[in-house]
Ligand binder design. Structure first.
Ligand code: UD1
Length: 344
């Protein structure tokens, strides 16, 4: 068995897929999650795929005493992957303090506790949102950080700064910041996937729910952008591919494969896909039609962004493998599984 890793937010969408990949790679995992946007049944899915039920503590990372007790109980945790955060852009505009507390105090607690518990590294979930609308595409890690368009986006920028300042001040641990582009899809087993709370805000869960008949029609936010078909362009990355990057990042920090104390990587495919192209890929891949209509632009949306993933490819040794065409089918298989289970 390899080292023990704490995964905060480990029952969430990206967290659960990462736990599976960590366990498949031989790591022992402890999950903390307050279940605010996930449920404990995800543990069953993880166990079905890997044959191992990860240790789980229902805990809010705002609870520093609770975290302390956890680190004392599991005194052999060597690394942290920190996913636990609130992530709805619109909600963050309505409830900024909730977002600042949930997304910032939690990181402070972890960083403060790491040295006294001998934890050697932390992987942080950041987002391409820090680039805003980049001037040059594809976007590299040294592109300028643009003023955030929402409290959510701001928390990601602030978190990155907190980590950078802490490392530069000589903290006795390493960090890798991963800037995700748009994660989509589900585990090929369809045992785990994205479980949005209420009406989905993100494109793919709304699309699959519409195809299922749960939603009447998908609104495409704008067709008058400066893109070939007028709809926005994103870099959609398979969630399992994304999860695998975390295993590589943990290994890199904990097995001293890098001298750097802080590294930042874009995690994307390098391919930009428009909203209309994604709908088309879904219909082709599944044979299911998606009723949609073009509506006005969504406030705060970025016109087009896709990654230059060369730094991750060459330095981290990670490359996205799955195509968007295959990935969108895994999202549908997950939606079918949810229906089978009577969830939606
Ligand atoms: C947003 C955030 C990102 C965050 C992610 C997670 C920004 C700029 N981006 O990504 O940082 O990590 O949410 O919640 O803050 N779309 C439709 N109809 C829909 C839903 C979406 O047309 O019903 C379009 C959007 O206009 C966009 C694309 O689909 O062009 C993807 O949208 P979404 O899945 O919400 O992700 P982002 O906005 O890229």
């Amino acid at each position: 068995m390899k080292k023990k890793i704490l995964v905060t937010g480990g029952t969430g969408y990206i967290g659960s897929h990462t736990v599976v990949e960590l366990q498949n790679a031989g790591y022992e995992v402890v999950i903390v999650d307050n279940l605010s946007n996930s449920n404990a049944e995800v543990l069953d899915g993880i166990e079905k795929i890997t044959g191992i039920r990860p240790a789980f503590a229902e805990l809010d990372c705002n609870d520093k005493e609770g975290l302390k007790a956890l680190f004392t109980e599991h005194n052999d945790i060597k690394g942290i992957i920190h996913f636990a955060a609130s992530k709805a852009v619109g909600e963050s505009v309505q409830k900024p303090l909730l977002y600042y507390r949930n997304n910032i105090v939690t990181l402070l607690n972890l960083l403060e506790l790491m040295p006294e518990h001998g934890i050697e590294g932390i992987v942080f979930s950041s987002s391409c949102t820090v680039y805003g609308q980049p001037d040059i595409l594809p976007v590299t890690e040294d592109a300028p950080i643009k003023p955030a368009l929402s409290p959510y986006g701001n928390t990601k920028q602030i978190n990155e700064e907190i980590i950078r300042d802490t490392i530069y001040a000589g903290a006795p641990f390493k960090s890798i910041i991963l800037r995700y582009f748009n994660p989509i899809g589900a585990h090929p087993s369809a045992e785990i996937g994205e479980l949005p709370n209420g009406v989905p805000q993100n494109l793919v869960p709304f699309l699959t729910q519409t195809a299922m008949g749960i939603r009447k029609e998908l609104s495409v936010f704008g067709d008058d952008y400066n893109t070939p078909d007028g709809s926005c362009i994103r870099d959609y990355i398979n969630v399992v591919d994304l999860a695998k990057a975390h295993v590589i990042a943990i290994e890199r920090m904990l097995e001293n494969k890098t001298e750097e104390k802080l590294e930042i990587f874009n995690l994307g495919t390098g391919r930009g896909v428009s909203v209309l192209e994604l709908i088309n890929a879904f219909e082709k891949g599944t044979g299911v039609k998606v009723p949609y209509k073009i509506v006005g632009r969504r406030e705060g949306d970025i016109e087009k962004v896709w990654a230059n993933p060369e730094h991750a490819n060459n330095v981290l040794g990670w490359t996205a493998k799955e195509s968007v065409e295959d990935t969108i089918v895994t999202a549908w298989n997950w939606q079918l599984k949810l229906r089978e289970r009577g969830i939606q």
